[in-house]
Ligand binder design. Structure first.
Ligand SMILES: [Zn+2]
Length: 272
């Protein structure tokens, strides 16, 4: 069974994956290219697709926060701990999971299980038709609630002193304050921007280019052959710092530990 396309935005499509991790799961895909080599036009299409996907998840499922998951030159192993199933035929895929208070299970919890014992949502023709219809309408405005606080960890404090590893074209790459695994960096725009929905195309191009550099660094330091990563958008997705940041891990088939396995072990029962 093929994933169903429900909307197109230039080179990007929104698809319903055949194996949904949670009900509110869509994927932004491109047939060609990779997520670490976007040009400005492709980045603008990606932002449009993300805004539309998040708006429609809000309208249908009441999602008020979002998690994204992506990978570069990396396919999860058969257990797939921490990651969704790859989308067949997609050169480049960004998974979008809607989050809301009171949800049955968070995508993080669902993906902490090995793929074979997950309970995937079954394909639903009615949902596909509803998504197609809703996505043919202009997207509704959506404000994503941000974490509160006067000081932003993405603009102030140790990010200005000892966390930054390098920066280029309005994006900085930093070492996380709490390192659970190595190799791991955070990639964030210099501009204070709270939601992924509000990124500028030039920032997305630069974030994408910093991923190539991160992989080159990880390859040298840890023998990584690919990347996987995620970001949380909004307080209902447990975004902790009110400043867009991508968590990026180096991955390889010979890695000593799957970073998501380490993260799952770190999550206490009271965390999402
Ligand atoms: Zn900030």
């Amino acid at each position: 069974m093929r994933p169903e396309t429900v909307a197109e935005f230039g080179t990007w499509r929104i698809v319903v994956p055949t194996v949904r991790v949670v009900e509110s799961h869509l994927v932004l895909v491109r047939s060609v290219g990779r997520v670490d080599s976007l040009n400005e036009r492709e980045a603008a299409d990606l932002i449009d697709a993300y805004r539309a996907a998040t708006s429609v998840l809000h309208r249908i499922f009441g999602s008020s926060g979002f998690m994204i998951s992506f990978s570069v030159l990396w396919q999860p192993d058969s257990e797939g701990i921490g990651e969704p199933d790859p989308v067949p035929g997609a050169g480049c895929a960004i998974h979008v999971f809607g989050r809301r208070p009171g949800e049955l299970i968070s995508p993080v919890r669902a993906m902490a299980l090995p793929r074979r014992v997950r309970l995937p949502a079954r394909p639903d023709p009615e949902l596909v038709e509803r998504l197609r219809h809703e996505l043919s309408l202009p997207p509704e405005p959506l404000t994503i609630e941000a974490p509160e606080g006067n000081l932003c960890d993405g603009c102030t404090g140790s990010v200005l002193t000892d966390q930054e590893r390098w920066r280029s074209r309005d994006v900085r790459v930093i070492r996380p304050r709490r390192v659970l695994i190595d190799p791991h960096v955070l990639v964030l725009p210099l501009r204070h921007v709270v939601s992924l929905r509000d990124l500028e195309p030039s920032e997305v191009v630069s974030l994408s280019a910093r991923l190539i550099e991160s992989l080159a660094q990880f390859r040298l330091g840890s023998g990584s052959t690919g990347l996987s990563g995620f970001a949380n958008d909004g307080i209902h997705a447990r975004q902790e710092t009110p400043h867009v940041h991508l968590h990026v891990y180096g991955r390889s088939a010979t890695e000593p530990v799957n970073p998501y396995q380490r993260l799952a072990a770190y999550l206490s029962p009271n965390r999402p």
